[in-house]
Ligand binder design. Structure first.
Ligand SMILES: N[C@@H](CCC(=O)N[C@@H](CS)C(=O)NCC(=O)O)C(=O)O
Length: 262
């Protein structure tokens, strides 16, 4: 399988952890155009111009990390990562949904400030909101830990691999779980799995190169995608002028539905 991906993408990390848990070989490629929204080749695979996207049998491209995880689990059910019980399954899906939307938006906004140089004048205020919200979501995740110490149930599974990238990335942005807390212990337990360790190492290796991206944005090489919960976060936290400034400078974009063609 070919995985279009970027090592820092938490959505891509979900997919790589699952592929590694299942022992499925894959090659990775960084598609041209992601980051700018420009270019037609990758749009044929994923009209949203986002990573991850998974090419199966050289012919079918799946996109959206949740769709990809569902496909992998359906096509390769052993070892099972979804709990068998329908209510437990729904609980795991809820954890994935909350992490992919509300949690991701916080880390993304912190990246906009730290790496892309947004909001230099109000970074302190926006960081304060991010810190409060991260603490709330980490407390919620902690309340979801099951007696064996995993989010998914008695064993590592779906909810663990979905939450792990976000909690790890909070550490990169200065908001790790409280030292010694059950969530911090969970993160260590998760990181001890070879699938997760390999994926985290790939992501963490990007922190240094990310220092260059503000210059790339300035040079017009990037046009950042302000979508969904990310846009809401920026506005809710007080960064409306960040959005307006980015639109004025033409270095912010929204989803381009003209990419969806027959
Ligand atoms: N809902 C999608 C979100 C994917 C997404 O937003 N990916 C980001 C990277 S983390 C992306 O490719 N953004 C395009 C861009 O910034 O140009 C999923 O779950 O796969």
């Amino acid at each position: 399988m070919l995985l279009y991906d970027h090592p820092f993408s938490p959505y891509g990390q979900k997919v790589r952890i699952m592929l590694r848990e299942k022992g499925l070989p894959f090659t990775q490629s960084l598609p041209a155009g992601v980051g700018s929204g420009e270019g037609d080749d990758y749009a044929r695979h994923n009209p949203r111009m986002e990573v991850p996207a998974l090419v199966v049998d050289g012919a079918h491209t799946l996109y959206d990390s949740t769709v990809i995880l569902e496909y992998i689990e359906d096509a390769h059910p052993v070892p099972a990562l979804r709990p068998a019980d329908p209510l437990e399954r729904a609980r795991c899906r809820t954890i994935e949904e909350v992490c992919d939307t509300h949690y991701e938006a916080i880390n993304w906004a912190l990246g906009e400030m730290r790496f892309f140089g947004r909001a230099p004048d109000k970074a302190g205020a926006l960081r304060a909101v991010a810190g409060r919200e991260t603490a709330a979501l980490q407390a919620w995740l902690e309340s979801q830990l099951q007696p064996g110490g995993w989010l998914s149930g008695p064993d590592f599974g779906w909810a663990d691999l979905c939450a792990a990238p976000y909690v790890m990335m909070s550490g990169i942005f200065g908001f790790p779980p409280d030292a010694g807390s059950p969530l911090a212990q969970w993160l260590e337990r998760v990181r001890a799995r070879p699938s997760v360790a390999a994926t985290f190492v790939e992501a963490e290796a990007q922190v240094e190169p990310m220092a260059q991206v503000a210059a790339f944005l300035e040079a017009g090489l990037f046009k950042r995608q302000y979508r969904d919960h990310r846009l809401e976060w920026m506005i809710r936290a007080g960064g409306m002028d960040v959005v307006l400034d980015g639109l004025a400078k033409d270095n912010i974009r929204f989803t381009d539905l003209s990419r969806f063609t027959a």
